[in-house]
Design a protein around this ligand. Structure first.
Ligand code: CO8
Length: 260
């Protein structure tokens, strides 16, 4: 059982489905688990046949946070020297689209990992939260930053300072998730694969550029963001996919993108 994989991977055509697999600990995020997850993303980045990724914890729980048992005896010196958590945001360097599917708990680091996805689907069972304050700490991987960008200061303060849980319907209302998928966890994962497959069918360069431009909105002032958007837009005229997409429209047929 020690050799059991902490991250399962399965291909559905151009979509790679990655499933966190530590059910006994509610998918608590440990360094070994992130090691495996980062390896999967590195391989997916290099593999041209992978055009999109679905990230899920499966049908019952997304992730109940960082592994508290692994963290509890850490010292300041240790965590600082190893730059603890730095490698836990590597998936944000991934340039292809990531669709998250959240069922059950997405707490602490689980919520932070979910927020690193580009599109986030949730089933009605999804429960988000940043309970770090109840452990004598604060969020360490985006729970004060990405969350605030997503839902605004008033709501982020409410969530981070109280540690309260946020149910799926509230999460959708405040903009923490993209869509609720009715039904059980299976349907949520299936819908995520569907969404990822749809995006995988578009021109890969345009998808990558669109992702880059939307992400820039969080990091750049508006004028710089608009400039980047326009430059990326200009760049599309150098791609085969732009010629194909527009020719197909004019000829009333479906485009066949080469991702070039
Ligand atoms: N770490 C380690 N083990 C955990 C964790 C965790 N975060 N969460 C659950 N487990 C374990 C439990 O200890 C238990 O193990 P055992 O059977 O050996 O006792 C098993 O999973 C099942 O858990 P419960 O019996 O508690 O299940 P319940 O259904 O009663 O409760 C809860 C579910 C409400 C989710 C509860 O388990 C809980 O509150 N968990 C802790 C949630 C939490 O505080 N998370 C925040 C952790 S701090 C953090 O994430 C810092 C962020 C760091 C950045 C991460 C980068 C992405």
């Amino acid at each position: 059982a020690t050799s059991e994989k902490l991250v399962l991977s399965e291909r559905h055509g151009p979509v790679l489905v990655l499933t966190l697999n530590r059910p006994k600990a509610l998918n608590a995020l440990s360094s070994p688990l992130f090691g495996e997850l980062n390896k999967e993303f590195d391989a997916a980045q290099r593999d041209d046949a992978v055009r999109a990724v679905v990230l899920t914890g499966g049908e019952k729980v997304f992730a109940a946070g960082a592994d508290i048992k692994e963290m509890k005896d850490k010292t300041l010196a240790q965590s600082y020297k190893e730059n603890y958590l730095a490698s836990w945001a590597k998936i944000t360097d991934f340039t292809k689209p990531v669709v998250g599917a959240v069922n059950g708990y997405a707490l602490g680091g689980g919520c932070e990992l979910a927020m690193m996805c580009d599109i986030l689907l949730a089933s009605p069972t999804a429960t988000f939260g940043q309970p770090e304050i109840t452990l004598g700490i604060l969020p360490g991987a985006g729970g004060t930053q990405r969350l605030t960008h997503l839902v605004g200061k008033a709501r982020a303060m409410d969530i981070v300072l109280t540690g309260r849980k946020v149910k799926a319907d509230e999460a959708e209302r405040i903009g923490l998730v993209s869509r609720i998928v009715q039904g059980d966890g299976k349907e949520c994962v299936a819908e995520a694969v569907k969404v990822a497959t749809l995006i995988a069918g578009y021109g890969g360069i345009a998808v990558q550029a669109a992702k880059e431009a939307v992400n820039a909105a969080n990091n750049l002032p508006l004028n710089e963001g608009l400039r980047l958007e326009r430059r990326l837009f200009h760049a599309m005229f150098g791609t085969a996919d732009q010629k194909e997409g527009m020719a197909a429209f004019a000829e009333k047929r479906k485009p066949s993108f080469s991702h070039l």
